[in-house]
Design a protein. Sequence first.
Length: 365
Amino acid sequence: MSLREQAVPGQYLKSLNPAELAVCDGAGSFLQSAFWGTFKARFGWNARGFLADWGEGGVRPLLVLHRSLGPGVSFAYAPWGPELPGGMPGGLSPEQDAASRQAALEELALALRPFYRGSAFIRFDPPWYTRGADVFPPALEKPFTRAAADVQPPDSALVDLDRPAEAILESMKTKGRYNIRLAAKKGVTVRRGEEAELPVFYRLFQETARRDGIAIHSFGYYRSLFSLSREYREAQLQPEVRLYIAGEGGEDLAAIIILIRGKQAVYLYGASSDTRRNLMAPYGLQWKAMEEARAAGCLEYDLFGIPPREDPNHPMAGLYRFKTNFGGTVIHRCGSWDYPYRPAVKSLFNAALGIRKQLRSVKKR
């Protein structure tokens, strides 16, 4: 059988067909969209669309990214994929049977293998999640193995925007409401930034990276994100990427980048100055973004990434406090998992990655 159509005699997945990348703009998540595939293709990835037929569950688009790890070695990656239809295991009911979800994911991994014969493995960030700070989804089992590091944040907080602004404020923790009002009282103002103001964001982002010891992309990465969003808007397509900048007395103190797509807004990147942190500019920024996302018809604001639990010893404990102060529902995904196509090569890759992480840790010290 040709690679144009793969019959899949599975319990869940009935067939998998290559498709134009554009079909992925029908996906629920921006990470499964053609927009994201096109964006990542500008930075060394090959993006490909598929249509997965889940039988009675229906047909859903699937975005798979692919890139080289070195001479003769590559891997495939489905960010927040697959999106299983409602009623399917892992669809809109995350409480459904974990074994069934795993079986469906394994069928998909096997169906994708002929398209990625040189790949050492395929990586998934299963999109299904549990709600509640202390309710975690079960881990996947063999033949899946846990990735050395999560690509996408498995834990987040979702703020319900489908209610009056006062109700959103009242649902926040006391500290969140207080800091939003404090920022306004201290004269912090928030403006919608233009694409030309991205250098403001990047300067603040570099300060944040130095302060927190995090890695960031080159300026061109974020500039390309905005330019592609502009191209999509000109074609009357979503998503829309927005920049917000907070300042006081003519000084820019913080900036964020959010993405609006359909009924959801996602907080992608945040940056703040090392100075005048007592003005609580990041709180004013987030509230302005939530208000404008709500005005744009969004029903949900995804704060996109927190530590797995409240732990004062966690290196990102401050991030957990900051984001949960906005009163959203804490959710947990199971993280990044690999299905090995070439187990020996995958083991060598893991060993090399472990050495690289150790060297980076030494450099940080």
